[in-house]
Design a protein around this ligand. Sequence first.
Ligand SMILES: NC(=O)c1ccc[n+]([C@@H]2O[C@H](COP(=O)([O-])OP(=O)(O)OC[C@H]3O[C@@H](n4cnc5c(N)ncnc54)[C@H](OP(=O)(O)O)[C@@H]3O)[C@@H](O)[C@H]2O)c1
Length: 344
Amino acid sequence: MSSPNRFWRIASRPTGEVSAANFAWSEAPVPAPGAGELLVRVIYLSIDPVQRYWLSPDATFGPPAAPGMPMPGRVWGVVEKSPDSRFRAGDLVAGPGTWSQWCTLPVAMAEPVPDWPGIPLLAHTSLFSMQALTAYFGTLEIAQLRKTDTVVVSAAAGAVGSLVVQIARNHGCARLVAIAGGADKCRWLREKLGADHAIDYKAGDIGAALDAACPDGIDVYYDNVGGAILDAVLARIRPHARIACGGFISHYNEAGHAQGIHNFSMLALKQARAEGFSCFEYVHRADEAFATLRRWFEEGRIGYHTHLVDGLERAPDALAGIFRGSNLGKTVVQVSAPDRRTAP
Ligand SMILES: NC(=O)c1ccc[n+]([C@@H]2O[C@H](COP(=O)([O-])OP(=O)(O)OC[C@H]3O[C@@H](n4cnc5c(N)ncnc54)[C@H](OP(=O)(O)O)[C@@H]3O)[C@@H](O)[C@H]2O)c1
């Protein structure tokens, strides 16, 4: 291949907010796949809050991410070269790649993208993704959602949160309260996704807003943010409440864990449970979750919502934008053109 491979290297570890200055736009020849590796032309690149966490010196999980290395990220793309009979040139694959136009993927970690009629590749980046597994099992298994529950979801207009809201609506619950930043997101959550109430946490006192939306307390909290919102919810839980601790985005730009939780004792006082979990624990049950999500999608009962960013060169700004709430739904960078089979 004559054109070079363009990619983003990590230039420095962020202190505080991540920004484009933490990345360096780089060029190199298109990589030659080693033994047991595929060469993949990237179509879509996933941009996720956890990528900021990977850049922290104290990151305890995730791929290696240190200055000088290509920035890691999940990709969906087309196999260009394969040494393995399980993949042929032209197949669609997903896997742990890099912020690049072309990357190599170990065959052992490459996942074929199922060719489901009426389901474009873009849907696999959100509705049939790791975020979807997180939302599905976090809501139904970790939080043990019941039809009588008052449910609160934070970061509700993001990739995971927007699916949690729709899953809770489809499963059934007594009251569904979404928390997000800004009036437009709150309107979208009420009018398009079916939340009963939406709270703009940037507009005023979160405790007073929760009191108004959940006058009898909270049975289930799907937590994407940690910090002050978690504390405000803890103060209002009902007996035997369940808190699904899916993420803690309000901490990711901090050095260390500066924010403390003041109302942890409420778990004992209300005989409640808070449980952390990872989507990776549920990969072996992806078929089960995706079958339900696909049926709901075909019945028009769930949608996928993508914040599609055009061009690999905008990937650092897309990551920084998540922390300002620039996205509605799943943030995805379009790196190269989808073909006929993959077009939305
Ligand atoms: N456990 C797992 O296996 C797993 C898997 C995937 C993701 N996660 C976690 O789940 C959470 C959501 O991920 P996602 O992919 O849905 O993210 P996302 O689509 O990027 O959305 C995150 C949203 O969080 C909000 N936000 C940003 N900073 C905030 C702050 N300081 N306080 C409150 N809200 C803030 C922003 O919206 P607003 O406009 O509303 O502020 C932003 O759009 C993250 O914590 C992520 O790390 C966990």
